[in-house]
Design a protein around this ligand. Sequence first.
Ligand SMILES: *Cc1c(COP(=O)(O)O)cnc(C)c1O
Length: 409
Amino acid sequence: MDLILNYSFLRRGIKVKRFIGMAKDKVLPYGYQDIDQDDIDIVSDALTGEFLTTGPLVENFETALKNLTDAKYAVTCSSGTAALHLACMALGIKRGDWVIVPSITFLATANAVRYCQADVLFCDVDPNTGLITPETLRNAIQDARKRGLKIKAVIVVHLTGRHVDLKEIKEITQVNKLELIADSCHAIGGAYDNMPIGKSYYEQINTFSFHPVKAFTTGEGGAITTNNEKLASAIRQMRSHNMIKDGSNENKWQYVMNDIGYNYRLSDIQCALGISQLKKLKGFKQKRSRLVKFYNSKLKKFFPKITTPDRYGPTIFESVNWHLYSILIDFKALKISRGKFMENLRQKKINTQVHYIPVHTQPYYTKLYGSLNMPGSMEYFERTLSLPLFTKMHKDDIEIVVKALEELL
Ligand SMILES: *Cc1c(COP(=O)(O)O)cnc(C)c1O
């Protein structure tokens, strides 16, 4: 913990909390951005450019994302949520359709389906990884067929950065004629089957988020990648009001809108930050990997009270860009509530988080679909806890977390 925290005032009197790193008396967050002077410089440059939005930096950032993912098309947008909404719209998801979504994910994965007036068919997950599996997916499809529901698509989530079995899931979706979206918001920078996450080899569309807790940031921001030109150009159009411009000289001022569109654009200022951050992704991934390995080695001795993520794969550890360090704790056996456990850690200046509250238990969804039986999701949810993991963290910080856990156990 060698860096400082100070408060400064911008010239116009706006109070900014300037976070350079961890101060000794600062609470360790569960996730945090990594912004350096070169990020600040490139954003400053962008502010003096001709375009503040939809200028050359958008294209530049999209090219960088294509290079990273090896997908043919990358389209940026204003958030990971917007990316999911655009992906669902591009695949023609609409009222009357059902879309399979894992119950353990962020709200946005399911909500994007509802934005299209379609219905969410929650799918159970593996109790140890929180991932949708070929088996839980088959069960969900069978259940839907029995109920006569028209399933249109599946959205899978690479929870914590660990990958779902895309290959087998693709086979299932193909047999059942379903579209496949990968919500890869946790997984950018990783690789699956020796291909970069986002390549869209098995899945039609990938979605990404550049929120500050994710692998790299643009403040708010998101993107989709795909190899399908039609999907990419539909998304590009919907991102900006679904406005089509007539390119010919005489009619340059004209535009038409055949269907509803949105303002889901990402600005040049944000893309400047994205370009700079993306250059550091490889280093960020290595740093996270080192921290995760250190955690794993330090926490091994607490098994079975604590289960570290390496116990359940993946087989190729290096292929994952770990977004979260989520361990499983048997709170029931320890006879302590998770809330109390987290509060005790917070008193030791360690913030933890739960990823996630099963989405099917949210009141909005129980009102729509009643209370569902998702034993795998509940078992995962009841045991999961995300410990601090961010690139500005040091091994000393992990020692502090481990010591705090030891005291609590
Ligand atoms: C962060 C996240 C989103 C939403 O991204 P935003 O950029 O915050 O809108 C969607 N799905 C998952 C799995 C996420 O982690």
